[in-house]
Design a protein around this ligand. Structure first.
Ligand code: TRP
Length: 374
């Protein structure tokens, strides 16, 4: 758990204004350097905006993966989701980057849907959490993954892939470690205390399935670090390669808080929001603009604190477009209303395409299940 006077970050809660440098320090993860990024770009033969704009910013053991890429050795990607009804744009950001890694490095992604976790730590019936796992998987597939690239694990249905690893993991972790790492207490249910072994197990699964050493690279929100710190601690003892991680910052809430919140609808844009809802949310967003149009023209705005600008950074890959918005905002040429309309158009186009692809994914979801391949 990382706690500070001003912010709290745990796998279940993000509160306050996160100081990302401090958070990396508290978690004990390394900051991504310019050289790291250059190396990835060189090996990928391409650049990704989330990397060059600092969204992915910290890691554990990235050098291991870089070395394996250089030597042409086996590795895999791993990420996941606690399925829920309110999948929003912040959730899919790391998935988009993960898709890029899949394509550029020709590696497979193991994706865990933790319907069990949602049942154990949230107030959600198991059957409902399970249904969301299928629903959320459609959105994941809609990002363009091919069946041979993506292996979908639904915890409650695919447990036999994980259980043998999980019991070994569980034996290495004491109750006291779990309590301290996740902030659990004596009144936490034992399922929640056991659950971390499953999230850790997937990190070791590719080595079992490929029958050769295959460390994973885990692109994830930095709030997931506690799991993988433990995984790295015990990997050696179990004879598995240490998992490596690449962490991203959160997409800020439209209302200006640090993170989009699934429980406060106005803070986030959901995959299923209709156009009018998206329009309203963007129009009400927190900006770096001046109080009046006249002042904006005269003084210019401040994109560095503007949530709308942050969304352009996150969801518009074209540097020229983003740079022009920055400059036009600073100079007072661009007023917030216009800027928001441009963002609205971009987001709505993206969502329409995504939903269309989601519908197409319905008939082929079985091809992505891990059980259809291993
Ligand atoms: N615990 C994650 C969540 O609540 C889901 C998850 C499982 C995950 N495995 C993961 C996230 C690996 C990132 C990487 O969303």
């Amino acid at each position: 758990m990382a706690q500070d006077q001003t912010f709290t970050v745990t796998p279940w809660e993000v509160k306050g204004r996160v100081d990302y440098r401090k958070l990396a320090e508290q978690f004990g993860v390394k900051l991504l350097t310019e050289e790291d990024i250059k190396k990835i770009e060189k090996l990928a033969g391409d650049s990704h905006h989330l990397l060059r704009r600092g969204f992915f910013y910290a890691h554990r053991g990235l050098e291991t993966i870089i070395e394996r890429i250089e030597k042409g050795q086996r590795w895999a990607l791993y990420t996941g989701r606690g399925p829920s009804a309110d999948l929003h744009l912040g959730h899919i950001l790391p998935w988009m980057f993960t898709k890029w890694l899949c394509d550029r490095f020709n590696v497979e992604l193991f994706f865990e849907m933790t319907d069990d976790e949602k049942f154990l730590v949230r107030d959600l019936p198991l059957e409902v959490a399970n249904r969301y796992a299928y629903d959320n998987a459609l959105t994941l597939i809609a990002l363009g993954f091919r069946p041979e690239q993506l292996h979908l694990i639904i915890d409650t249905e695919d447990i036999h892939y994980l259980y043998k690893i999980a019991v070994k993991v569980a034996k290495c972790l004491t109750l006291s470690t779990i309590k301290h790492t996740f902030g659990f207490t004596d009144s936490t249910n034992v399922g929640a205390a056991f659950f971390p072994t499953l999230q850790i197990s997937v990190a070791f699964l590719p080595t079992e399935l490929y029958r050769e050493e295959a460390p994973v690279l885990i692109p994830a929100g930095i709030d997931q670090d506690p799991y993988f710190r433990l995984a790295r601690d015990i990997a050696d003892r179990l004879g598995y390669p240490k998992p490596c991680t690449l962490y991203c910052k959160f997409v800020p809430a439209l209302t200006g808080e640090e993170k989009m919140s699934a429980s406060r609808p106005e803070t986030a844009i959901y995959v299923n929001d209709d156009d009018e809802t998206v329009r309203r949310k963007i129009m009400n967003a927190f900006t770096g603009g001046q109080p009046t149009k006249e002042l904006q023209r005269k003084l210019g705005g401040n994109p560095d604190i503007c949530v709308v600008y942050r969304y352009f950074m996150a969801y518009v890959p074209d540097d020229n477009i983003v740079k022009k918005i920055y400059e036009d905002c600073r100079s007072g040429n661009l007023i917030c209303g216009e800027c928001k309309r441009m963002l609205y158009e971009h987001i709505v186009r993206f969502l329409h395409e995504l939903r269309e692809k989601r519908e197409k994914a319905r008939d082929i979801i079985h091809k992505y299940r891990i059980s259809s391949k291993f």
